[in-house]
Structure formats: structure tokens, C-alpha cells
Design a protein. Structure first.
Lengths: 439, 164
């Protein structure tokens, strides 16, 4: 099911089967290159497969953008322990809804990606960890897995190749933190989703302390096309060091919100105006969150840039998970900052203090500012608390809360100031309010 | 405690899905499937899941406390969840949540007197490009205006009368 009209500007690689009838069925898949890449990979050595993925410049689509081939290369061989493939389908970064359409419309592409990863690292068992809210995708995934077993594309001696692989769809139960890889593994082991200290990284000690390849849904889904067409072909679709296409989720104040597959490095302004039909209601663009709520906001005049990991990094933001949130000129930035902080405060697992206390403090202070009862000092307080969380938390959730908050204050300070309680700066009244609030 | 044959077979498959000695992995899905059948995670469910997986009651309880979709108190038969996170916020989710409260006559995390509906303001549910979005149980509804909300609630209420 497609929830939005495709755009003629799309370059369809991962989504190329989406518009076919019964695109999720194994018959449609098999009639359209399905499991061909796996058969090709069977004839390759594990190193060949990993080198092909390295050559593709595929980088993790969950948000961190770590080179996938390199990640696979870290998995030790012949440890005497089983190796596992784990798919992160815990998509929960606000602004992101792409893994959902990938599983819904082409679940076999994901299975094939897992099989190839299994060949590359010598794994015979995989788990697809799907966020609890996406229960209907567990059903779609289970149906696809059953079809694959029935037609010999999962299980023992797959299609006569001698390779065995089992795959299980596993439901989560509502926790953003479980999208963080080590917390996901804890959750998959039946525990609270609290992050683990690293190193060791999951490649070495992941699920059940065994070697584990853990990637995002979209990352695995890119693998069959890479093997089939070659790493260089995929790399050439994007920009240097940023291979391929990616699924961008356009949301917010835009005429044609939707999930669109575009080449890496696609210009953000073109994405908004040509793919997304421009800002809604004839209004002007104020700001864009380029890659999900944890990414620092870009002002309208900073949006003329190529959407790839390196360009966004240079612009002091991140490509993140591909969630492009567009805000028009009437957007209340303080309210947006508060809503995002409420989210991180709610989702903080409470394991480490800078995150647990920091998000709570920030929510309180931003709430005050939003209500119009904040004082001048509150703006600096927000900035300082966020800055003190940065890099000091156990897992990236603390950074994810701090980074956008600092950017909102840096770039839209005047909006925070406009909402301050109307007292004369430096007056006795302001002084006494400060004392009161910080008591 | 006995479950329906469907749930029993689901649990059996689930436990067999993890390597020997790693059956604890089945805990979270098991609790969710039990909750779907029982309506919430009752003390009996906790004891039963603990027994089947060889865990203590406390080991199960501490897991339940972590996950936002696990409920130890009964919800309404139809749990209405309104996302108000950033993408939905920008397209009127706060107004939609207010409307939902008015329409159902209950607040956040409350249940209607007849036990049919419950309401919850939730975090991002992954429908950002089709915002504002709600879920009723596990079903997604996209681009929900207040009028569309009333229509959805009307359809669900009708379905509920049929089931009764």
C-alpha cells in the first residue's frame, strides 16, 4: 500500500517493486529479481561480499551513517560461537516512517538482505526486531517468512545451496531507546532496554554475547541491489563516500508530504519545493529538521545543500534517519523545541544521570519559556544544561536531546526572548523571580 | 492460567524461536500477546509468564515497568492513541488531542465509564508523512482531522455494538 503519490524525481532502487500488484508476495518478488542476489552471493566468498558492500559506500540508514561494509568486516570468524543477524526495525525517531513502507511493500527484499549478510559473516539465524506499534508489520513479516520457508528460501539447505538460515519476527513493546543498538539487544534478550557499555561492540559481543551484525531495515534492503548490480553501481548513484539512494520522509508544513526515494546528495531546497510541492498554504520556509528530531535545525537560508552525511555534518547538523521536518514561517519554535524535549524526557531510560536529570530539567525550563513565564536567564540555562549533557551520557539519547535544543537556542534566540515574561531585565522583579524559580 | 488455543500455539512457536537456554527472549512478545488476549497484564499473566520462562515474578515485573505499551491496568476495549510529536504537532495534533478528549469525555490515560474507549497521548508512532495520525489498538489512521476522528470513533462504536 502506498500512502502518497510517488514523485517523478525519485530514483527507485529499494522501492522499485512497490507499485507492482501484490508487491509483498513472494511470487511478485521472484518474478522481479527476487533472491537472485542471494544466489549470486552464494558463488562469492564472504570477503567478496563484504568488499562489494564496502565499494558501494553504503552507510547505516538508522542515523549514525557508519559504513556498512566496515561494520560487517568487524565480525570475527571462527569464534566457536554462533553469529547472529539482527534487523533494527524499531523505527521511532520522530519524523521517520520509511522502514514501515519498506517492510509493508517488500518484506522479501529484507529477508534477502539478511540472507546475504548471513553468508558474509557465517550466520544462520536472524531476528527482525519490530517496534510494538508496528504490530501489523509483524504479521506481514511473519507471512513473508512463512512463504519463504514454504518455497525453500529460508530453512535448511536454501534452494539447494547447502546454506541454512532461520529468521524470526520479534515484536517490541514501545520504547524509543530500543532503537539504540545495545539497548535493542538487551530488549531482544527479554530485558529492560538499557544500553550496554561499549566496547565491546555488537559485532564482537552482540546478541547473547555472540558476534552480531545489527543494521537498520533500509540498510539490509539496499544489499540485494548492491550484490546484483555491483558496489560501484550503487556508489555512483550518490555522492563521494555517500553511496546510493535513500528514503526521505517529508513531513510537516509541506504540500505533498510523503516517503520518497532520492539519490544521496539531493538538494534539500529542491526536495522541499519540487518533490514535496513547496511549503503549504503559500507560506515561506522558516526552518527544517533534516534527519529526524535529534538533528540540529537548519534555518531557511541554510537549506541550499546536498543531503548526504558529510555535507550535513559540515553544516553542523546530521542526515540522521531521513526524516525531513519542514516548518513554515508561522511555526512556534519554542513550542517545537519543548515538544521534542518532552519526547526525550519521556523516552530517557533513566540509566544515567545526565540524561535522566538533564531532559527533565530542560523540559521544565522550556515549558516555562513556552508558557510565557520564563526569565532571561532561562534561555542561557537551557543552552548550558544541554551543552553539559553533550557527550556525557551513556548512549546517544542524551546527545539526541541536547543537539537540537542547542541549535534552536542558537538560531532562534529572538523567538525565546519574545516569549519571556515582561519584566525589565536586571530589575528587582526579575531578580526575585529568578530566586523563586531556582529555589 | 489457561489461554486460548491460538495464544497457546503462538506461545509455543515463540519459545521455540530462540536458542536453547535463551528462552527469556520470548518474554516481551509473550507479554504483548497475552495482553492482547486478556486486555491488560494481570497478576495472573505475570505469574504465568514467569513460570513458563523460569523467571521470578520480579524479573517479569521490572520488564513491564519499562515498556510504554505494557499496561497493568485494564484499558478500554478500543485504545485510542493520538500522536502529538513534532510532525503531527505541526499539522494540528494538539487541537486533535483536545477534540479527542471532548469527543470521548475522558482525558489522557483514562477509560470511558462503559469501558469501551481509552485515550492516550503518545509519542511518535511512525506516520510522520501522513500526519496527524492516530492508532486505535494496532490500526493506523492517517491525516486525521477532527471530523475524520468523529467518523472513526463512530465506526468503531458500531463495530463494538456488533461484537456485543
Amino acid at each position: 500500500v502506498l500512502y502518497n503519490e510517488p514523485s517523478p524525481l525519485e530514483v527507485k532502487v529499494l522501492t522499485r517493486r512497490f507499485e507492482l500488484p501484490n508487491s509483498a508476495s513472494i511470487d511478485t518478488f521472484l518474478a522481479n529479481d527476487g533472491y537472485k542476489a542471494f544466489m549470486k552471493a552464494v558463488g562469492m566468498t564472504p570477503d567478496d561480499i563484504i568488499n562489494e558492500v564496502k565499494a558501494s559506500n553504503l552507510r547505516g540508514r538508522g542515523g549514525a551513517g557508519f559504513p556498512t561494509g566496515m561494520k560487517w568486516g568487524f565480525v570475527p570468524r571462527n569464534t566457536g560461537k554462533p553469529a547472529y543477524i539482527v534487523v533494527n526495525a524499531d523505527e521511532s525517531e520522530p519524523g521517520t516512517c520509511k522502514d514501515r513502507v519498506l517492510i509493508e511493500n517488500d518484506p522479501h527484499q529484507l529477508i534477502e538482505g539478511c540472507l546475504i549478510a548471513g553468508l558474509a559473516v557465517g550466520s544462520h539465524r536472524g531476528y527482525v526486531y519490530i517496534r510494538g506499534e508496528y504490530r501489523y508489520l509483524v504479521e506481514i513479516m511473519e507471512k513473508a517468512i512463512a512463504e519463504a520457508y514454504a518455497k525453500g528460501w529460508l530453512g535448511k539447505n536454501i534452494n539447494g545451496t547447502g546454506f541454512d538460515f532461520d529468521l524470526v519476527a520479534h515484536t517490541g513493546a514501545g520504547a524509543y531507546e530500543c532503537g539504540e543498538e545495545s539497548a535493542l539487544l538487551e530488549s531482544l534478550e527479554g530485558k529492560r532496554g538499557v544500553p550496554r557499555i561499549r566496547p565491546p561492540f555488537p559485532a564482537v559481543a552482540g546478541l547473547y554475547q555472540c558476534p552480531t551484525v545489527l543494521n537498520n531495515v533500509e540498510t539490509f534492503c539496499a544489499v540485494p541491489s548492491i550484490i546484483l548490480n555491483g558496489g560501484q553501481w550503487f556508489a555512483d548513484l550518490g555522492t563521494p563516500r555517500n553511496g546510493g539512494t535513500r528514503l526521505f520522509c517529508l513531513s510537516g508544513h509541506i504540500n505533498k508530504p510523503g516517503v520518497y526515494e532520492l539519490p544521496m546528495g539531493f538538494n534539500l531546497l529542491r526536495m522541499i519545493n519540487e518533490v514535496g510541492g513547496g511549503v503549504w498554504k503559500g507560506r515561506q520556509l522558516k526552518a527544517v529538521i533534516p534527519g529526524g528530531s535529534s538533528c540540529p535545525v537548519l534555518k531557511a537560508d541554510e537549506c541550499d545543500l546536498a543531503m548526504d552525511y558529510d555535507t550535513l555534518m559540515k553544516a553542523k547538523s546530521m542526515l540522521g534517519s531521513g526524516g525531513v521536518v519542514v516548518m513554515d514561517d508561522q511555526t512556534d519554535i519554542v513550542r517545537a523545541a519543548l515538544r521534542i524535549m518532552k519526547f526525550y524526557q519521556h523516552e530517557s531510560c533513566g540509566w544515567c544521570i545526565p540524561c535522566r536529570e538533564g531532559t527533565t530539567w530542560l523540559k521544565k525550563t522550556l515549558g516555562r519559556l513556552d508558557e510565557g513565564i520564563g526569565v532571561r536567564n532561562d534561555i542561557d540555562l537551557v543552552y548550558e544544561v544541554a551543552k553539559n549533557m553533550l557527550g556525557r551520557t551513556f548512549c546517544p539519547l542524551g546527545d539526541a536531546a541536547a543537539m537540537p535544543t542547542m541549535a534552536f537556542v542558537e538560531k532562534f534566540r529572538e523567538e525565546f526572548e519574545a516569549k519571556l515574561i515582561s519584566v525589565v531585565p536586571g530589575s528587582l522583579e526579575e531578580e526575585s523571580r529568578l530566586v523563586q524559580l531556582n529555589a | 492460567m489457561t489461554f486460548s488455543p491460538e495464544l497457546e500455539s503462538r506461545i509455543e512457536t515463540l519459545i521455540a524461536s530462540y536458542p536453547t537456554g535463551r528462552q527469556r527472549s520470548a518474554l516481551i512478545p509473550m507479554l504483548m500477546y497475552c495482553q492482547d488476549e486478556v486486555g491488560h497484564i494481570s497478576e495472573e499473566v505475570i505469574q504465568e509468564c514467569a513460570r513458563r520462562l523460569g523467571l521470578t515474578r520480579l524479573q517479569v515485573d521490572e520488564v513491564i515497568g519499562y515498556y510504554s505499551m505494557m499496561h497493568k491496568k485494564p484499558l478500554g476495549r478500543y485504545h485510542v492513541q493520538v500522536c502529538t510529536n513534532i510532525s503531527c504537532l505541526l499539522r494540528g495534533a494538539e487541537e486533535l488531542m483536545e477534540h479527542a478528549k471532548q469527543k470521548l469525555g475522558i482525558g489522557h490515560k483514562e477509560v470511558t465509564e462503559d469501558g469501551v474507549f481509552s485515550l492516550e497521548e503518545v509519542e511518535c508512532m511512525g506516520a510522520c508523512s501522513w500526519a496527524p495520525a492516530i492508532q486505535v489498538g494496532y490500526d493506523f489512521y492517517h491525516d486525521v482531522t477532527p471530523e475524520r476522528f468523529d467518523q472513526i470513533i463512530g465506526e468503531v462504536a458500531k463495530l463494538n455494538r456488533k461484537v456485543q
